[in-house]
Design a protein around this ligand. Structure first.
Ligand SMILES: NC(=O)c1ccc[n+]([C@@H]2O[C@H](COP(=O)([O-])OP(=O)(O)OC[C@H]3O[C@@H](n4cnc5c(N)ncnc54)[C@H](O)[C@@H]3O)[C@@H](O)[C@H]2O)c1
Ligand SMILES: O=C(O)C[C@H](O)C(=O)O
Length: 346
């Protein structure tokens, strides 16, 4: 019996993401929580003839705690795209003031109601909302670093698409052959295109200008969408696809035990000191950074191990330089998220 809860289910990401989850044959119950329209979205999806039973959970007023509790009770996987998106001219960091408290409060409910669930954080700024979630769970004494995931899959999806266009490869064949590590905003996002020899050989044919443009598009792909939507929000449909792709890996690992070796690891922004060999990676190659996105191997809904990108001899000096820039930006966001919870009552 697998229960998945989506918090923010009526939003631009929440609705298409919930649709994709409704189609997943491994899901027995899909609980949709939102402060608006959760019941409407649930009624709509419930008519689809797939196995998952869909339930809507919408608080009657600000004091109503029953809706979130019923949405989370017995949940195995909680996915959170709740919060505000960017408008043109904003950075993801500008969302902190509103989204930090939304994540803090939702995670406090997760920690109290379904502390063993795997948690996928989509809400921005991911670089800070994941540390917020970790600190809340630590305060509650239920933090399991193997089950807290910042969703950065959209960066991988973009890298596969944009590099595929450049080197004339179907993007599908690039899955797992390039890694996007670091964080999820601007120059904290670091695409590595040399981790696979076949791709590296093809990529070596692109010009330095094309490579520079590729890195920029991966780092600032979100801005392209924000600009094109012109005030109507940020990426929703590509994000629903990406969020589902990551959720599907988690669900596969729940259903099948260890991820099949033919299944490619997805990258996620995680708390390194809580993972086997994570502290070593952090100290040796990341100046002690505590949160970083790395390709993770899953087993039974949690991280079994991760792939250390620095073990690959193919990582270039240029890519190492991108990592050092990323670490500066990450430091500030991690401290901001951590300090926010220190001053909060949970
Ligand atoms: N990780 C990524 O790669 C990525 C990609 C795209 C967007 N995002 C982020 O995802 C978030 C959501 O984006 P969107 O376009 O779906 O926004 P949206 O405004 O369309 O939807 C957000 C939903 O969250 C709900 N919500 C607000 N407060 C809530 C609360 N306390 N509890 C439950 N639900 C609540 C709103 O009612 C709304 O339905 C934004 O922060 C955005 O920046 C992240
Ligand atoms: O750009 C945004 O604000 C949304 C998201 O993080 C994205 O990368 O598309």
């Amino acid at each position: 019996m697998v229960k998945v809860t989506v918090c923010g289910a009526a939003g631009g990401i929440g609705q298409p993401l919930s649709l994709l989850l409704k189609l997943n044959q491994n899901v027995d119950e899909l609980a949709l929580f939102d402060i608006v329209n959760a019941n409407g979205v649930a009624a709509d999806l419930s008519h689809i003839c797939s196995p998952a039973k869909v339930t809507g959970h919408q608080p009657a007023n600000k004091e109503d705690k029953l809706a979130i509790t019923s949405a989370l009770t017995n949940s195995d996987l909680v996915i959170i795209p709740a919060g505000v998106p960017r408008k043109p001219g904003m950075t993801r960091a500008d969302l902190f003031n509103i989204n930090a408290s939304i994540i803090r409060d939702l995670i406090a409910n997760v920690g109290k109601t379904c502390p063993n669930a795997a948690i996928l954080i989509i809400s921005n700024p991911v670089n800070a909302t994941v540390p917020i979630a970790a600190e809340v769970l630590k305060k509650l004494g239920v933090f399991n670093p193997k089950k807290l995931f910042g969703v950065t899959t959209l960066d991988s999806v973009r890298a596969e698409t944009f590099l595929g266009e450049l080197i004339n490869e179907p993007p599908k064949s690039l899955k797992g052959k390039i890694s996007v590590i670091g964080g999820h905003s601007g120059d904290t996002i670091v695409p590595l295109i040399n981790v696979n020899s076949t791709i590296s050989a093809k990529s070596s044919k692109i010009t330095p200008a094309q490579y520079k443009e590729f890195v920029h598009r991966v780092q600032f792909g979100g801005d392209e969408v924000v600009k094109a939507k012109n005030g109507a929000g940020s990426a929703t449909l590509s994000m629903a696809y990406a969020g589902y792709r990551f959720a599907e890996s988690v669900l596969d690992s729940v259903a099948g035990g260890q991820t099949n070796t033919s299944v490619v690891p997805e990258t996620s922004y995680v708390y390194l000191p809580g993972l086997p060999n994570g502290e070593e990676l952090s100290k040796k190659s990341l100046n002690g950074a505590t949160y970083f996105s790395v390709p993770v191997i899953l087993e039974k809904g949690e991280i079994k191990s991760f792939i250390n990108p620095f073990d690959s001899l193919t990582i270039t000096e240029n890519e190492k330089q991108l990592v050092s820039v990323a670490l500066n930006g990450l430091d500030k966001s991690i401290a901001q998220g951590t300090n926010f919870v220190k001053g909060s009552k949970i």
